[in-house]
Design a protein around this ligand. Structure first.
Ligand SMILES: [Mg+2]
Length: 265
């Protein structure tokens, strides 16, 4: 199967204006490092992406980070950045928040302020993410963590927000359906590539994998290619659902370089 996938990439490379490239960032374009602010995208990969951004229908970074944060990692103006789990898009220097989420902006800000007052003094870190809020409690005693989960859940739900608890973090977001899948759908509908790939390494990328397949099955895309980045921490579905499995950021580089070869001819 992977032989066939490489062959398809080769075919796609001959018609780059018809191709959409969608990719996760952390663990896919940037190796995983101890803290997110240490992340870096290898220079060689950046220049490949820059070539593709010039020639393809669209090249987009799709990330759980804020769109601004995603941009800062890549600093490529030809790309677009869908951040905050599908809630916001950055292109040409401006941030666009999905319309359904906009009415909740003040509510999220209000919750953030309350968390700063109540949980900040206990040692929790309240991250400003704009349309969503993240309260981190990894570096505080367990009872403070519990207090954070309790407080954010109670206050957030009272305000009508959706609360999710992750590893050392509790997050609040508008009660609106948004994820990497809805992000990819919006971009395909707007930029209309004929064929598209998505590369990702983690659970939230599976939404994009499945949406890309749906787009193909319903005819919005002629072809779709799912690139799974294999890692020890990623869920098994990444490998199971992929058309092409690659090893780490280096493997993603090979895929993109093969595609970019078409730009030279
Ligand atoms: Mg990732």
């Amino acid at each position: 199967m992977s032989e066939r996938a490489w062959q398809r990439l080769e075919e796609w490379s001959r018609d780059l204006p018809s191709v959409g490239v969608f990719t996760d960032i952390d663990g896919t374009l940037a190796p995983i490092v101890p803290t997110p602010d240490m992340s870096e995208v290898p220079e060689k990969l950046r220049s490949t992406l820059s070539i593709l951004a010039d020639r393809c229908a669209i090249v987009a970074g799709v990330s759980g980070r804020t769109a601004r944060d995603a941009y800062d990692l890549l600093r490529l103006d030809g790309m677009v950045y869908f951040g905050n789990h599908g809630f916001e898009l950055l292109r040409d220097g401006a941030i666009w928040v999905i319309p359904e989420a906009r009415p909740y902006r003040e509510t999220v800000e209000h919750l953030e302020r309350r968390c700063r007052e109540e949980l900040g003094p206990l040692g929790a870190f309240v991250e400003s993410k704009g349309i969503t809020a993240s309260i981190h409690y990894r570096n505080v005693p367990p009872e403070v963590g519990e207090r954070c989960r309790e407080f954010v859940t109670r206050e957030g739900e009272r305000l009508g927000l959706r609360i999710t608890v992750g590893r050392g973090v509790v997050e609040a977001r508008p009660p609106v359906s948004a994820d990497k899948g809805t992000a990819v759908r919006r971009l395909v509908e707007e930029y209309r590539p004929k064929r598209a790939l998505f590369a990702g390494d983690d659970t939230t990328d599976l939404d994009a994998f499945r949406e890309l397949r749906r787009l193909r099955d319903t005819g919005a895309l002629k072809e779709a290619l799912i690139v799974g980045v294999e890692s020890e921490e990623g869920p098994p579905e990444i490998v199971r659902e992929a058309d092409l499995v690659v090893d780490g950021v280096e493997g993603v580089g090979s895929v993109l370089r093969l595609l970019a070869r078409g730009a030279a001819s």
